[in-house]
Write a protein that binds this ligand. Structure first.
Ligand SMILES: Cc1cc2nc3c(=O)[nH]c(=O)nc-3n(C[C@H](O)[C@H](O)[C@H](O)COP(=O)(O)O)c2cc1C
Length: 356
């Protein structure tokens, strides 16, 4: 059997293969509501054979959205459509997960296809963003407010309420978004966290918010359901968060009920230079896995069946998260199985298209 299509059991779930649909913002919601776009988009990737379909970043509060088009889970009314989506994903033999997120200082932006710029808080579709410290992502942009203690408590409560709704919507997996320069990442990195209280300064203080959010989520999220964290493994910037910090964090997360660390990178510093090449972040998944013993996910420019299979067979990561390749081809897993000579179950409706 190919390594890519070997099952993996995490907590109460046996994933049929190692392919995860990486979270991808669709900017297609109104007031956070999922709609038929999300049903078809996520549903197609479940039909295509991925073992785990993660939704895009789903905002835990209205102000936690990157844009006014973001998916949200801050109202009970959001649950019904999400439930329809998870049920469809389950019918295809896949599991459903969501990525609980708070955009921090990168909130209140326009849709990418409208230019993606920050929307000032006094303009329509804009609001005041919040961060560990009152420093904007890009010099000259409106600064976020620095969260006070009450603000931090609200963030934790929002994640907890969102986790409960996640369960009610039928999701099997939560991924906490602690990457890409959004709120939790802003707390983790010394480049964006200039606080002098117990949430800033030392490594222990900067990881505190993430650990407290995990605790809040675990109060409502069943112990037998997988809980992942996506991190930016490095800031790619001198003086910033490093791969060593990621491994040290993972060693702590493993004792906090986290099952898998999804190792992305960057996004916290606008000027960072990222050396893009195929599989450019796999080294982080490998390092974090080897040094902490936690399961890891590799992500970033993974586009080929043999490449994905090698990442698993060489023990560099336990799962591969694919984003853009799955936008080009939602059936990548079925195609990859064919290329690797692996027999997998096809949807009955598509059997006549199977390669022989
Ligand atoms: C359209 C689009 C939307 C994305 N939205 C998210 C998101 O909501 N959360 C996240 O963690 N990463 C997001 N990403 C990053 C991807 O999950 C992934 O980490 C990145 O694209 C690298 O993987 P790839 O080379 O397979 O595309 C997005 C990427 C794309 C292309």
């Amino acid at each position: 059997m190919s390594h890519l299509f070997s099952p993996i059991k995490i907590k109460n779930i046996e994933f049929k293969n190692r392919i995860v649909v990486s979270p991808m913002c669709e900017y297609s919601s109104e007031d956070g509501f999922a709609n038929d776009w999300h049903l078809v988009h996520l549903g197609s990737r479940a039909v295509g054979g991925a073992a785990l379909v993660l939704t895009e970043a789903i905002a835990v509060s209205p102000e936690a959205r990157i844009s006014y088009g973001d998916l949200g889970i801050y109202k009970d009314e959001h649950i019904a459509k999400l439930k329809q989506i998870t049920e469809f994903i389950h019918q295809q033999g896949a599991y459903a997960g969501t990525q609980l997120a708070h955009a921090g200082r990168k909130a209140s932006h326009d849709l990418p296809w409208n230019g993606g710029k920050q929307i000032p808080s006094d303009e329509p579709n804009g609001w005041k963003s919040a961060a560990p410290s009152a420093v904007p992502f890009i010099a000259g942009e409106e600064a976020p407010i620095a969260l006070d203690k009450a603000g931090i408590e609200k963030v934790k409560a929002d994640f907890k309420a969102a986790a409960l709704r996640t369960l009610q919507a039928g999701f099997d997996v939560i991924e906490i978004h602690a990457a890409h320069g959004y709120l939790i990442n802003e707390f983790l990195s010394p480049l964006t966290n200039h606080r002098t209280d117990e949430y800033g300064g030392s490594f222990e203080n900067r990881i505190r918010l993430l650990l407290e959010i995990i605790e809040s989520i675990r109060e409502v999220w069943p112990a037998e359901n997988p809980l992942f964290v996506r991190i930016s493994s490095t800031d790619w910037t001198e003086g910033g968060w490093t791969a060593d910090d990621s491994a040290a964090l993972a060693s702590i997360l493993i004792g906090k009920g986290i099952d898998l660390v999804d190792c992305s990178s960057g996004g916290n510093v606008a000027t960072a230079k990222i050396p893009l090449k195929p599989g450019y972040q796999v080294e982080f998944a490998e390092k974090v896995k080897k040094e902490s013993g936690i399961l890891t996910g590799a992500v970033g420019l993974i586009t080929e069946a043999a490449q994905a299979d090698a990442i698993i067979s060489e023990g560099q990561a336990d799962m591969v998260f694919l984003a853009r390749e799955l936008l080009r081809d939602p059936y990548f897993p079925l195609r990859a199985a064919h290329l690797l000579g692996q027999e997998v179950k096809w949807p009955d409706q598509y059997l006549r298209a199977k390669w022989h």
